[in-house]
Ligand binder design. Structure first.
Ligand code: ADP
Ligand code: ADP
Length: 228
């Protein structure tokens, strides 16, 4: 069954009158790793922002577990771990506080949130940085801290927008291992936004290619390779 249903989504930004998403329709199936692939400016971030109810489609609709995301935006925030490309907003907190804050937003009790925060900071090798201010750590470390916040509490759906940008190969491997493990062991559904074809190919089940705001094709990696 499908987790997300995207139906005829169009997004026109008033500023610049840009058609950022042009009649996009597809479904995200439960338990899959789906990559949204396309060049910079294709409309990928616009699409996932709407899936998070951070922006409203000009027309069309998006449902998560059969519910309209705009009308149920708090549940979306609770059930979907969203990793955005932009710098993190919680810059005035320590690494630990930031992850703890996200856990509490997901409705996890104080004690359990503290325990899980400790586990995720260790897992992402941020233990020694946990009392540092977010704004005082490097860009790569901030990305890992952001991922710890996304992962804490094991949300059933992950939307990761370019999660490994700025990370060295060893940290990239660590991130992919975690994503794979969650998908395999918890059945976590993952939507991975990337412009890196090679990286996507190794981790995903299906690929949706977006170009100039349009969904060009959506299919399994194997089928897409056979076409070429
Ligand atoms: P809307 O048309 O959906 O109301 P706005 O034009 O008000 O969106 O822009 C929302 C935000 O996005 C503003 O903070 C704006 O500075 C920023 N923004 C504007 N143009 C771009 C762009 N081309 N790419 C990314 N962000 C942009
Ligand atoms: P991608 O994530 O694939 O790089 P985006 O969704 O960020 O693409 O952008 C799609 C198009 O919409 C681009 O032309 C971009 O400049 C424009 N755009 C993105 N955000 C805004 C905004 N807030 N206001 C106006 N234009 C925007």
């Amino acid at each position: 069954s499908s987790v997300y249903e995207i139906r005829n989504v169009r997004k026109v930004y008033k500023k610049g009158k840009r058609l950022a998403n042009d009649d996009i329709s597809f479904e995200v199936e439960e338990g899959e790793i789906l990559s949204v692939l396309g060049p910079n400016g294709a409309g990928k971030s616009t699409l996932v922002k709407q899936m998070m109810a951070h922006a409203k489609p000009t027309s069309g609709s998006i449902t998560l577990f059969q519910r309209d995301v705009i009308r149920h935006s708090r549940e979306v925030a609770r059930h979907v771990g969203y990793y955005a490309q932009e710098a993190w907003a919680l810059a005035n907190l320590t690494v630990r506080e930031a992850v703890l804050y996200t856990a509490r937003l997901r409705g996890i009790s104080r004690q359990e949130a503290e325990r899980l925060t400790g586990i995720w900071l260790e897992r992402l090798e941020l233990g020694s940085l946990s009392d540092r201010m977010i704004k005082r750590i490097s860009g790569g470390q901030r990305r890992l801290a952001g991922l710890a916040a996304v992962m804490v509490g094991d949300p059933p759906v992950l939307i990761l927008d370019e999660p490994t940008n700025e990370l060295d190969p060893i940290k990239r491997r660590l991130v992919w291992d975690i994503v794979h493990e969650k998908n395999r062991e918890n059945g976590t559904t993952v939507l991975l936004v990337t412009h890196n074809v090679l990286e996507a190919e190794q981790v995903v089940d299906r690929v949706a290619i977006i170009n100039q705001g349009k969904l060009q094709v959506i299919d399994s990696v194997a089928n897409l390779k056979n076409r070429v």
